[in-house]
Every structure is written in structure tokens, then in C-alpha cells.
Design a binder for this molecule. Structure first.
Ligand SMILES: [Zn+2]
Ligand SMILES: [Zn+2]
Length: 150
């Protein structure tokens, strides 16, 4: 597991290496994304920044998200919701997601049986498999039981 301070330092280095200014706003956005294990939308991130009292314009949020993805420190996810979500890349290369269509909560999981299965399906179709993506859409336990998460 990467130390939390290290990912922010890594982003600082990335900015410097690309001759981009290391601004408080960029570091604030990076902190919200990288020091979390959530899958946040740009709106979630803007809301979190406001809650922390940081004033960061929307354009800066989007630009910083681009930089975070470009640096490899954050990963962009498209679950077909009409907007992207961002998560810290951390040190886990591959996992799948369960997305609750009621509250928007994202749960991660890994299952080696699934990996074997996708390899088998690809083989059956004579397909050279590189990777796969899976998102299971549905309703989380909390929403099913009527308790709210937020
Ligand atoms: Zn839910
Ligand atoms: Zn994830």
C-alpha cells in the first residue's frame, strides 16, 4: 500500500516534471481523489472541496482530473451513467465494480473465478484476450432495506 503522503508528493513531482505550476487548488483536488477509496464524480469532488472550504473552479477540477489520470495516479471509470468517476489508482491493478443505481454507491470486488471465466469465454471464441471490464448494476443492501447511506 502506497503511503498517503507519497501519492501527493508523486503528483507534485509529476507537475514539476511537466513544467506545470504546483498550485494549492491542484493539490486540494488531488487530495480529494487520491486520499480516498471512493469512486467520485467531478460533482462529488467539487462538493467535497466546498465542504473543506477550498475554492476551486470547475475548470480547475476538470483540468486537474485530466492531469491525475495522465499521471497514472488516478483512474477514470465510465459506468455508462453519462459522466465519469475517478478513483485513486493505489496499488491494485484490477478489480470489478458493483454500482447501486439508487444511491450511486460503488463497491469493489475481485474474484479469480471471474478472471478464469473470461479467459475461457475468450478462448471459446478464438479471441486474444487482453483485459476485461465488468460493472454490475443494481440496488445495494442499504437501499434495499430502506436505510440511507448519506
Ligand atoms: Zn444504494
Ligand atoms: Zn474501483
Amino acid at each position: 500500500m502506497v503511503d498517503q503522503r507519497d501519492v501527493i508528493d508523486a503528483f507534485r513531482s509529476y507537475l514539476r516534471d511537466h513544467n506545470l505550476p504546483v498550485t494549492n487548488q491542484r493539490i486540494a483536488v488531488a487530495s480529494v481523489v487520491l486520499l480516498s477509496n471512493r469512486h467520485q464524480t467531478a460533482d462529488d469532488i467539487a462538493r467535497e472541496l466546498r465542504a473543506r472550504g477550498a475554492s476551486v473552479g470547475q475548470a480547475t477540477v476538470y483540468r486537474t482530473l485530466e492531469l491525475l489520470v495522465g499521471s497514472g495516479l488516478a483512474v477514470e471509470r465510465d459506468f455508462g451513467e453519462g459522466y465519469k468517476r475517478y478513483e485513486s489508482a493505489r496499488d491494485e491493478p484490477h478489480h470489478e465494480h458493483l454500482l447501486c443505481t439508487v444511491c450511486g454507491h460503488v463497491t469493489e470486488f475481485r474474484d479469480e473465478r471471474l478472471d478464469r471465466m473470461t479467459a475461457l469465454v475468450a478462448e471459446t471464441h478464438g479471441f486474444a484476450r487482453h483485459r476485461h471490464r465488468l460493472v454490475i448494476l443494481g440496488v445495494c443492501r442499504a437501499c434495499q432495506s430502506g436505510t440511507t447511506r448519506r
